[in-house]
Structures are given as structure tokens and as C-alpha cells.
Design a protein. Structure first.
Length: 88
């Protein structure tokens, strides 16, 4: 896994790493200027009203999971059909 990881990231070069680091620093700075502790807190702000604590976050996830079931079942069926068709 280490070799795959290193090979993947080596292809981007040092310029990419410097740019990515600058992007992360800029995001952190912007989040602080807007009054958030981190970029993650800034990104999650729309959920703050819905998931104010652990139990409401768990309920939100459970509700989303329930609503996704029909779509996931359909996608799973399609993948099984496609997988079976490619084996023949």
C-alpha cells in the first residue's frame, strides 16, 4: 500500500504539493476570519441547525439512510446485472 500511495502522489510533483499546502492554509485562514474554528466547521455550517448534537446528527444520518434505500437497492441490482453480464 505504501508503494501505491507514494507512486500516486509522486506523479504530481513538488509544485502540486506546494499549491495544495497553500490552498489548505488559505482555507484555514478564511475560516478563522469568518469566525469558524476550521474549514470543516465552515463547510458543515448548513447542518448546524439540523444536527446540533450527537443524537440529532445520528437521527439525520438514519433518516438519510432510510430515504436512500430504494435508490441503493436499484443501483445494487444494476451492478449485479452488469457484473453477471460481463462474466458470460
Amino acid at each position: 500500500r505504501i508503494q501505491v500511495f507514494e507512486a500516486y502522489y509522486r506523479r504530481f510533483g513538488l509544485d502540486f504539493h506546494a499549491s495544495a499546502l497553500e490552498l489548505l492554509r488559505t482555507r484555514q485562514k478564511l475560516a478563522k476570519q469568518l469566525g469558524f474554528n476550521s474549514w470543516a466547521d465552515y463547510e458543515l455550517r448548513p447542518l448546524a441547525e439540523v444536527a446540533q448534537d450527537g443524537s440529532s446528527a445520528a437521527q439525520l444520518l438514519q433518516d438519510c439512510w432510510k430515504q436512500l434505500q430504494p435508490y441503493l437497492a436499484r443501483s445494487l441490482q444494476e451492478m449485479k446485472r452488469a457484473g453477471g453480464a460481463s462474466q458470460h
